[in-house]
Design a protein around this ligand. Structure first.
Ligand code: CA2
Length: 143
């Protein structure tokens, strides 16, 4: 079982700025946590980009090669019909994850273009949300 983990714009800055919102863990800490959870269960591929088209390209490249996608689209969550369309077109099960609780932040963060095409949306659990998202994907793909 192959799972692609995608992180969107600015998440490469995790642990460097805004720890009051996103905590002090780095993106590498998230990868380490996910690798621990994945051990013996699935193979992970990690991808981070600050560019919408690069994320669309990565999702298209996953077609017929990847079994599931765990994605934190970051700000593109609230703006990107292109990423939503790419997810819909490849028909790969997707779990959407957010570190912060987008439901209790600014109004513009409460719209997700990705949610309608995801099997689950996890928000507000900090970096543990990635682990929960991976568990949901593995369970879904094991059925
Ligand atoms: O809570 C999340 O995971 C978000 O996807 C994070 C996005 C934000 O636009 C979404 O509304 C919610 C922002 C990612 C920016 O990450 C930074 C990390 C450290 C320093 C600066 C930005």
């Amino acid at each position: 079982m192959k799972i692609l983990v995608i992180n969107g714009p600015n998440l490469n800055m995790l642990g460097i700025r805004e720890p009051e919102i996103y905590g002090s863990s780095t993106l590498q800490d998230i990868y380490d946590l996910l690798n621990l959870e994945a051990a013996g269960k699935c193979e992970l591929r990690f991808f981070q980009s600050n560019h919408e088209g690069a994320i669309v390209d990565e999702i298209q490249a996953a077609y017929q090669k990847i079994d599931g996608i765990l994605i934190n689209p970051a700000a593109y969550t609230h703006t990107s019909l292109a990423i939503a369309d790419a997810i819909k077109s490849v028909a790969i099960p997707v779990v959407e994850v957010h570190i912060s609780d987008i439901a209790t932040r600014e109004e513009f963060r409460q719209i997700s273009y990705i949610k309608p095409f995801a099997i689950a949306q996890i928000s507000g659990l900090g970096i543990e949300g990635y682990v929960k998202g991976l568990q949901i994907l593995i369970e879904h793909l094991s059925k």
